[in-house]
Design a protein around this ligand. Structure first.
Ligand code: M6R
Length: 606
């Protein structure tokens, strides 16, 4: 995730900016830069790579001045490079930005037609051009930013500096976090409180749709129309380590809570509500030539691929196979023209998946990568890349990377379905509307941790768990079991509910908690029968069901109710309580949740 810091005061800005960016390093980034202004002449120094590279560059090209902005970039639009690093400077304007400008393509075309020259591939540079144009004949930076904000859609936190108005920063927020730090004769702005905690503990958290004018003498918060919002500062009592985790006990819990935002970011720029369609920018697939799709992936990404199988077959009626990447090439797969291989990997670096791609390419198949990390090895090796934009995931156990992969699968299936004509415009419209509604429903679930925490206490001393699901809930049962194993070290099995009677039923007694995924839908009655089979053998049933289900309570020992959504999208909601259950069980046991024993975030060995 990109990081933002800004400073206005009497001290030299560069060391403060670098110090703040260093506090954000843990979030991951691929380039960094600063723009520092001395008496209205700003200098930008930026480069690809780590902060050490930027510091080295600054030794050769110092940037003196007492007002400045700094940024660490995690690539979304445009590869990691010197040119795509922030700040972007256009005329007197320097801009840093977190988030995604949804209508960047249309704005770029419009600005290019009006003579704008671009020096990067980023969506951010567009905003610098807009502000520069809005400032012609005026020196009022806040007014120019306000005018430009009216042109952009998407998620953003911007900080803008103008050579025409020295000693002023203007920041604006929509969806991406932004905080202002209040000092004595100096003020700060940042994407995270961590970046400014060593300078001040007095902060204002900027709300959605707010703009802030930051000067050394004071800070004014307004809405995007300029109406002043009086705000009381808060005093932060978190330690620096707590602040890195956004006040959460672990990165995993923070990332669980970030999922509504992450999913919203996956959707940005991908939904065309006017045509009830999905936009796959830069992916030039000839869908009519696809006869079969083969997903290859490992671990959690493999479970996302299994859900992808359901979605693509249901919505596009294209046959799908799902392979463990580590097994793919050893079974001497038969590939031919008409096969599209989809490699799914949050890190984009998993060696097993890379080797499977090499095998697929050797046999002439086209490869689409679904990755969270822009320009990682897997998307670079593939013919096409779709990025999930979940932001860096620090907890080893994947959470937001998984739900955003599921959203990618849904978008992919709708995209294919519209082109194979197996998905009607009306159904696509309904599904797209449901996708847009997901972040709100996800927020409801992740904010209802207290019930799951008490269930975790009740079941957390069990020595094993069984997770059951049917249809597209089966991969979610597998994912629930994997999550629990990974971080609590409790043995857990995920099973297709109908398979229980073919073996695992022998395990059931009063000591085995069985987590059953029973959302509304075509398999509901059958799942309830499976649940009765468990209870008849004294097994303890914890059911995840749809809000409004009147019957489930009499069939289960405990029930977690979640909001309803389209059948095809239910896995994106049902997995959330399972992630939370695993988290709280592990927390109850006191394991090292963010770095579980024996596991690595990127598995780059075979
Ligand atoms: O980065 P990838 O998605 O390719 O990683 C695949 C697996 O190693 C990964 O999903 C692993 O299972 C995670 N620890 C799951 O939480």
């Amino acid at each position: 995730m990109c990081g933002i810091i800004g400073y206005v005061g009497a001290r030299q800005a560069t060391p403060i900016l670098i110090g703040g960016l260093r506090k954000l390093e843990y979030r991951g980034y691929d380039s960094a830069g600063v723009s520092v202004s001395s008496s209205g002449a700003s200098k930008v120094v930026r480069c690809r790579g780590k902060l050490a590279a930027l510091e080295e560059k600054l030794l050769k090209e110092p940037a003196p001045g007492t007002t400045g902005i700094g940024h660490t970039r995690w690539a979304t639009h445009g590869r990691p490079s010197d040119e795509n690093s922030h700040p972007h400077k256009v005329g007197p304007i320097s801009v840093i930005h977190n988030g995604i400008i949804e209508n960047h393509r249309a704005l770029r075309n419009e600005l290019a037609a009006a003579g704008a020259k671009f020096s990067s591939e980023t969506d951010t540079e567009i905003f610098a051009h807009l502000v520069e144009r809005a400032l012609v004949g005026s020196a009022d930076l806040a007014a120019a930013v306000r005018k430009s904000l009216a042109r952009v859609r998407g998620s953003f936190a911007f900080v803008v500096m103008s050579d025409k108005e020295p000693g002023t920063l203007v920041a604006a927020k929509n969806s991406s976090p932004l905080v202002v730090g209040l000092g004595d004769g100096e003020n700060f702005v940042a994407s995270d409180v961590t970046a400014i905690l060593s300078e001040t503990r007095k902060v204002i958290f900027v709300d959605e749709g707010e703009m802030v004018v930051v000067k050394a003498s004071g800070v004014v918060v307004t809405d995007f129309e300029g109406k002043v919002h009086p705000r009381e500062p808060k005093i932060i009592t978190w330690s620096a380590v707590q602040a890195e985790k956004g006040g959460f006990k672990h990165y995993m819990l923070k990332e669980i809570h970030e999922q509504p935002r992450a999913v919203a970011d996956t959707l940005v720029g991908r939904i065309d509500l006017e045509h009830d369609d999905v936009l796959f920018d830069g992916i030039d697939l000839d869908v009519t030539k696809i006869k079969r799709i083969i997903f290859i992936a490992c671990g959690t990404s493999y479970h996302a691929s299994m859900v992808g199988e359901f979605l693509v077959e249901a919505l596009a009626r294209i046959p799908v196979e799902v392979d463990l990447a580590s097994e793919f090439r050893y079974r001497d797969p038969i590939l031919g023209p008409g096969d599209l291989v989809v490699a799914v990997s949050q890190s984009g670096e998993t060696l097993d998946t890379m080797e499977a791609i090499r095998e697929a390419k050797k046999q002439g198949a086209k490869v689409l990568a679904i990755s969270n990390v822009v320009e990682a090895s897997i998307p670079r090796l593939a013919d096409y890349a779709f990025y999930t934009h979940a932001g860096p995931e620090i907890g080893v156990a994947s959470t937001k990377a998984f739900t955003t992969q599921l959203v990618a699968m849904a978008l992919f299936a709708i995209y294919l379905g519209r082109r194979t004509n197996k998905l009607s415009k009306e159904r696509a419209r309904d599904l797209l509307a449901e996708l847009v509604a997901l972040p709100t429903k996800m927020r409801e679930i992740v904010e209802s941790g207290a019930q799951i925490q008490s269930l975790a206490r009740r079941y957390g001393s069990a020595i094993g768990f069984l997770f059951l699901g049917r249809g597209s809930q089966y991969p979610i049962a597998l994912e629930g079991a994997l999550k629990l194993k990974e971080i609590s070290y409790i043995h857990a099995e995920g099973y297709a509910a109908g398979e229980m009677k073919h073996g695992p039923i022998a395990l059931i007694d009063e000591n085995l908690p069985v987590v059953v995924l029973a959302p509304r839908g075509p398999y509901y009655e059958k799942v309830v029968s499976n649940l009765a089979e468990v209870r008849a053998r004294q097994g303890k049933v914890l059911a995840v069901a749809t809000r409004g289900d009147q019957d489930i309570g009499s069939n289960a020992d405990d029930v977690i109710l979640i909001p309803d959504t389209a059948l095809e999208l239910q896995p994106i909601l049902t997995v959330l309580p399972l992630q939370m259950l695993s988290y709280y069980v592990a927390d109850f046991k006191g394991t090292d949740i963010d770095q579980p024993r024996n596991l690595a975030k990127s598995v780059t060995v075979e």
